[in-house]
Design a protein around this ligand. Structure first.
Ligand code: DUC
Ligand code: ZN
Ligand code: ZN
Length: 460
């Protein structure tokens, strides 16, 4: 039996912080407390005095080797999960995307094949539904039984991904009856398409038009509409990648009347300014991600939403495309630029640096947003998301006295840029353990290949 004692750190969970030792046996935490004097000789001891121990990050919104936008995303399950591990994330829930004409179960099988033996951290899937022709709703039960208890649908991208209101109602009602939940991409796709055509007609074909064609109201209207449809379907709803003040207010209003509504935002909506769309040449293409970046008033509202709990999860929406690929596809028309950006590697560092050290959230809130709440929301808690007896020993050793420098040249994400180039953040992720294995040290992957396990998820 392999035993490891991490001793002398501040152990941070979403409800408490304590100075304690953590004893790990066979990949699980078996005790947290004053243990150094009682564990005996047969135990590896690791000195983590002066450090913070936080639960391994749970990133519930990633797109690895995904065909969703036509072009496959740049990170596959190996490179993407190595980047995640180096950045302190030990669990992901990735979107398995159905392509047109494919059954949901076939789409899931394809995604399992991509991940199996390649992912280095534990992983689950959401089912991303893009083609609802007859019969697909009947597959939902089997999808849920296989451990995929959440679905994603799009209220934008007519002709490729978008569902209409009736289909949204069907999906919500069907998933809800099965005890599953639906992740909704809320944007008014038809209005966006018209604004985008107008811009192209005026010759405004560059990346900044991505921002101009997606004003905040296009998100807010869709959030309000989807909440009403979820009410009619008597089903829970989870909004992915919220970016606006109005959306936070709509979700808060629904939650105050006890509707089963939850909201997620992403690191980039909290930290990046839309002035990045004014970068010269095609460089603004880096931040063609959906929804687009928003002004400070929206970022402030999102931070407030995190403190009130109305926005309960911070994910990465890691959906990477190299800038060269974005330019190849969309240099002449911004509508052809694959939408998405990186984030899986720096989510934990950014939220610690900008959130905790920036004075916006507490350490416990940091753990809640990055690990405990996403694990609870998607049926993985307390296996994941907490450092406690019985939980998987997924643990990040964070040095509050260190610093993190972000650069494309040193990142593990398989990408030719980062929108955070040159950022220096307080705090440094020193070591990362997954099921008790040391898998990352000082930003380098040191674990075995393909060691990640599939996580079938319960309904919640
Ligand atoms: N939605 C996502 O969740 N990710 C990338 C692009 C999109 O539209
Ligand atoms: Zn989306
Ligand atoms: Zn996404």
């Amino acid at each position: 039996m392999h035993r490891t004692l991490l001793y002398g750190a501040q152990v941070v969970n979403s409800a408490s912080t304590q100075t304690a030792d953590v004893l790990i046996e066979n990949g699980r935490v078996v005790a947290v407390g004053e243990l150094a004097a009682i564990v005996g000789e047969n135990c590896e001891r690791i000195d983590v005095r002066g450090k913070l121990l936080v639960p391994g990050g749970v990133d519930v919104h990633t797109h690895l080797e995904s065909p969703l936008n036509g072009a496959p995303t740049a990170d596959d399950f190996e490179s993407g999960t190595i980047a995640a591990a180096c950045g302190g994330t030990t669990t992901i829930v990735d979107f398995a995307a159905q392509v047109k004409g494919q059954t949901l179960l076939d789409a899931l099988a394809v995604h399992h094949d991509k991940a199996r033996g390649r992912a280095v951290i534990d992983y689950g899937f959401h089912m991303c539904v893009t083609d609802l022709v007859s019969g697909k709703l009947a597959e939902f039960a089997e999808v849920v039984q296989s451990g995929v208890s959440s679905f994603k649908v799009f209220m934008a991208y007519r002709g490729t991904l978008m569902v209409n209101d009736g289909e949204l109602f069907d999906v919500l009602r069907t998933a809800g009856r099965l005890g599953g939940q639906v992740c909704v991409h809320a944007e008014n796709g038809d209005v966006i398409d018209r604004l985008a055509s107008d811009l192209v007609a005026e010759g405004r074909t560059g990346p900044k038009s991505h921002l101009l064609s997606r004003p905040p109201e296009t998100e807010v209207e869709a959030v309000v509409r989807a909440i009403a449809i979820a009410d009619m379907a008597d089903a829970p709803i989870y909004f992915v990648h919220l970016s606006t003040q109005g959306s936070v207010e709509a979700v808060a209003e629904a939650r105050h009347r006890n509707a089963s509504v939850a909201g997620e935002t992403c690191t980039h909506y909290l930290t990046l300014d839309p002035s990045l769309y004014d970068q010269p040449g095609f460089k603004a293409g880096e931040v063609v991600l959906t929804p687009p970046l928003r002004e400070k008033v929206h970022r402030d509202a999102l931070w407030r939403g995190l403190t009130t709990g109305d926005v309960s999860v911070v994910s990465s929406d890691h959906c990477p495309y190299c800038l060269a690929e974005k330019e190849r596809l969309g240099a002449h028309d911004f509508r052809e630029i694959p939408n998405g950006g990186p984030g899986i590697e720096h989510r934990m560092s950014l939220l610690y640096g900008e959130g905790v050290r920036g004075g916006r959230i507490s350490l416990e809130k940091y753990v809640e947003l990055t690990a405990a709440a996403p694990a609870k929301q998607f049926g993985l808690y307390p296996k994941k998301g907490v450092i406690a007896a019985g939980s998987d020993a997924d643990i990040v050793v964070l040095d509050p006295a260190g610093e993190t420098v972000i650069s494309a040249a040193t990142q593990n994400q398989r990408l030719d840029y980062t929108p955070y180039e040159g950022w220096v953040l307080p705090g440094r992720i020193e070591q990362v353990f997954s099921r008790g294995d040391l898998i990352a040290a000082s930003g380098t992957y040191v674990g075995a290949r393909g060691r990640g396990n599939y996580l079938p998820r319960a309904t919640v």
